[in-house]
Design a protein around this ligand. Structure first.
Ligand code: FES
Length: 157
């Protein structure tokens, strides 16, 4: 190999290494970006009131309603479930696996992510827990209190 060939060879190796490093950085960024959409939101203490008379599915135990509030949960949906006469729970509908929006419940036991099938419980004692399908973290839940005097929920985000 003469000097020109050696330089050409070194340049080719350098470009190859540079390409591998660039691809590695890009994949790390894509992974990090997808992770951030599925991460729990930072709690701010913002309170939102929900009146039962405006959400009649919550008048029955086991009933639920999907709501989106632009100022909380990154503007992504939450599910409010009436788990007993006096108890209501709220959880994000953003899958902890890759951030896909989860489907509404098809029964009163669970919700399922349409992307890879993660299942999350909506039962009171297990609310938001990953219970099947794709194994991933539990869903973020938000404190929900009920005032029976004015039939209003207060959800704290
Ligand atoms: S994004 Fe929900 S299971 Fe993969």
């Amino acid at each position: 190999m003469n000097n020109n060939n050696i330089k050409r060879y070194e340049r080719r190796e350098f470009i190859k290494i540079l390409s591998i490093a660039a691809a590695s950085c890009a994949s790390t960024c894509l992974y990090a970006c997808s992770e951030s959409t599925s991460s729990p939101v930072t709690l701010t203490g913002k309170k939102i009131e929900v009146r039962l008379e405006d959400n009649t599915t919550l008048l029955t135990v086991g009933g639920s309603v999907r709501k989106t509030f632009s100022e909380v949960n990154n503007g992504r949906p939450v599910l409010i479930v009436r788990t007993s006469e006096t108890s209501f729970r709220t959880m994000t509908m953003v899958c902890t696996h890759q951030g896909t929006t989860i489907n509404n419940p098809s029964d009163n036991k669970k919700v399922i992510c349409p992307n890879h099938g993660a299942q999350f419980s909506i039962a009171d004692g297990n609310f938001g827990k990953n219970i099947g399908g794709q194994s991933t973290a539990d869903l973020q839940t938000f404190e929900t209190t009920f005032n029976p005097t004015n039939n209003t929920l207060t959800i704290t985000f």
